[in-house]
Design a protein around this ligand. Structure first.
Ligand SMILES: [Zn+2]
Length: 648
């Protein structure tokens, strides 16, 4: 068994520790999302929480951790007799690996045994293991879409549900969800973001003395884990006792009207979506009061709750950074203003339809004006993109084989609609019942069938062949040279690329950006899942100079080669945005032919009365699809592309 670093030995990280402790006191707070760069010991702190949690009473022998006081009526190991002597086990922290299979997470129903041996065989998954404990997802932003959906469903219902061809199993799955992520590697889907009660930004301390202490303790732990842990046993015991005491105190904590008014005023001032933020803030404030041994929520509790519960909930568009640059991601001035207005509120206008109306204080509501954003494009700054629009779907033409789940290219794999059947290569995963029955039918007499039951053998089993959508790497190769640099034109080009980026964000693709101008090509953005980063680089992209188109393509070729090693399952789509002219370096057509194996699209930016059609020639050399810039919008009536070559 590995010895974990003690929670009480963690230096700094006060908000993170507090957020975890408040969830330990009140799981209703709804979990924690921890954001921060690599090397900030996020995972260490999260993993150390389990040791502090009270032991869990369970029904002996139940693989689904039923509570003896209230066993789950749908428990697959049930029904349990009442009045069994309960036993307790330590609270679990279950880690969900980002690449886990659906079976591993939700549990697997062994249809093969069910059909051929007539037994109902359900193997519990990680959701069952995490019931009444902590479910921890490291790199939660990289979690596959279908796992995200599983997680969202379980988190919303408190129930895990497995269904295979009409046979279904359900069991309770209530857990504290904790995720860690490095925002540089991509953002979280908004629905999942909202699932986390609290969000904390973690960064390494800037204080040399504190950093020294971190290193000192880490070295001591690594040298002698058992001895180090023993030295902190007292601190761990104290924290565990304090959690247990706070849990007992929790139901009696009062939330005074003034505090509730503060909560709703703050949520209104920060323009959060829905009511979940208000609820989470209230629960957090109550848990905080219990944790501090008080019986009533104070305005200080509300302030802290806002800091932990709001940063990831403000309304925003997908290109905004969910957290501001400041440490806590919350505008403290605005928070104080909202709280003081809430204090004054009832004396001034005292409407009895409640404080939730937010804007009821009359007047012009100056906080509504969006913070300066749109104005900064004048002068010599790079051309800003035009407003993004919905683009048509650009995708590889061929059907892929088992790429990562996504919403772009077509692929065979574990999910999607059934397009055929075949004998299973290994263990049966997705039964195709009609095909199985069809395979068994001719042998019934030969197998001596006499009654009504079908005689099934293993060789009859057929699994479904499915076709779904995959996530791709969309690599943009953008011409930023002088021929493209007429300001209005560049705005349109940037707007187009921005729109395609937005599309990639919604489809959960990886994106990369290569640009070329003057004498060289540069990788403006190596392949990443962070579309925010890409759009930021794009907005700041300088333009002008000669056109080294071949250099751009060669650069793209190298990026694709490196990605093929790093992420071999993900198919690339190369999107070249250019007018096709080249005024520096070798002939691009030669380079383009080397890229002919890669699915590609050339967005033709040529304009003006005289057209040379160079981009079309480039597309032909690439073996790709040409599309005019003006035809990129989804609502543009251009059937041409679909006629020439089916893109979507
Ligand atoms: Zn049970």
């Amino acid at each position: 068994m590995t010895i974990r670093y003690p929670f009480s030995a963690v230096v700094g990280h006060d908000d993170l520790k507090l957020a975890l402790l408040l969830n330990a006191v009140s799981p209703a707070v709804g979990g924690v999302l921890v954001r921060g760069e690599k090397g900030t010991a996020k995972s260490t702190v999260v993993r150390s929480l389990a040791a502090l949690l009270p032991r869990v009473p369970v029904v002996a022998g139940c693989r689904f951790s039923c509570d003896p006081a209230a066993p789950d009526p749908s428990c697959p190991d049930g029904p349990h007799e009442s009045g069994l002597s309960p036993q307790t086990r330590p609270a679990r922290l279950v880690e969900l690996p980002v690449g886990a299979s659906e079976d591993r997470v939700a549990g697997s129903l062994d249809l093969e045994r069910a059909l051929t041996e007539g037994v109902k065989a359900f193997e519990p998954g990680l959701l069952a293991a995490a019931h009444r404990g902590v479910l921890y997802v490291d790199e939660v932003n990289l979690l596959h879409d279908h796992l995200v959906d599983l997680l969202l469903d379980a988190a919303a219902m408190g129930v895990a549900h497995v269904e295979r061809e009409g046979v279904s199993v359900r069991h309770a799955a209530r857990f504290l969800l904790v995720g860690t992520m490095n925002p540089e590697e991509g953002e979280l889907r908004p629905q999942l973001l909202d699932r986390f009660g609290l969000a904390v930004e973690v960064r390494a301390s800037r204080d040399p003395a504190e950093r020294a202490e971190v290193v000192r303790r880490r070295l001591a732990f690594d040298a002698d884990p058992a001895g180090f842990t023993a030295a902190y046993a007292g601190g761990e015991r104290d924290l565990a006792r304090r959690i247990a005491a706070a849990r007992e105190r929790l139901p009696g904590v009062a939330l005074p009207d003034a505090a509730l008014r503060g909560i709703t005023a703050v949520c209104a001032a920060f323009d959060v979506e829905g009511m979940r933020a208000d609820l989470v803030m209230a629960r957090t404030a109550v848990a905080l009061a219990a944790w501090e041994g008080r019986d009533e929520v104070t305005s200080g509790d509300v302030r802290t709750a806002a800091r932990l519960a709001l940063p990831h909930r403000r309304r925003r568009d997908p290109f905004d950074d969910p957290l501001d640059d400041r440490g806590h991601g919350l505008d403290e001035e605005r928070l104080e203003q909202a709280l003081s207005e809430a204090d004054d509120g009832p004396h001034d206008d005292g409407p009895d339809d409640g404080p939730g109306g937010g804007g009821g204080s009359g007047g012009g509501d100056p906080t509504d004006a969006p913070p300066g954003e749109g104005g900064g494009t004048g002068g010599q700054a790079p051309a800003s993109p035009t407003a993004p629009y919905r683009t048509r779907l650009l995708a590889p033409e061929a059907v892929g084989r088992g790429g990562p789940a996504g919403r772009r290219g077509r692929t065979t794999g574990e999910s999607g609609r059934t397009v055929g059947a075949r004998p299973p290569a290994g263990r049966l995963r997705r039964l195709n019942l009609p095909a199985t029955l069809a395979a068994a039918a001719p042998h019934q007499r030969g197998r001596g069938r006499s009654g009504s039951g079908l005689v099934l053998r293993r060789e009859d089993l057929r699994e479904a062949v499915r076709e779904g959508r995959e996530s791709n790497l969309v690599l943009f190769c953008v011409d930023a040279s002088g021929s493209m640099a007429a300001r209005a034109r560049m705005r349109a080009v940037k707007g187009a690329v921005l729109s395609l980026l937005l599309d990639a964000y919604q489809r959960r693709d990886k994106v990369g950006l290569v640009t070329f101008r003057g004498e060289e090509a540069t990788v403006a953005l190596p392949p990443t899942s962070s579309v925010e980063l890409a759009s930021d680089r794009l907005a700041r992209l300088a333009t002008g100079g000669r056109t080294p188109l071949a250099a751009g393509l060669r650069r793209a070729e190298r990026v694709l080669a490196a990605e093929r090693l790093r992420d071999p399952r993900r198919r690339p789509l190369l999107v070249v945005v250019t007018d096709g002219r080249h005024t520096a370096g070798p002939d691009p057509v030669v380079t383009a032919r080397r890229l002919a194996g890669v699915a590609s699209v050339v967005v033709d930016c040529e304009h003006g009365p005289v057209r040379l059609g160079l981009a079309g020639r480039l597309a032909a050399a690439l073996g790709g699809t040409p599309i005019r810039l003006e035809e990129l919008a989804a609502d543009h009536l251009a059937a041409v592309v679909r006629d020439v070559r089916r893109v979507a």
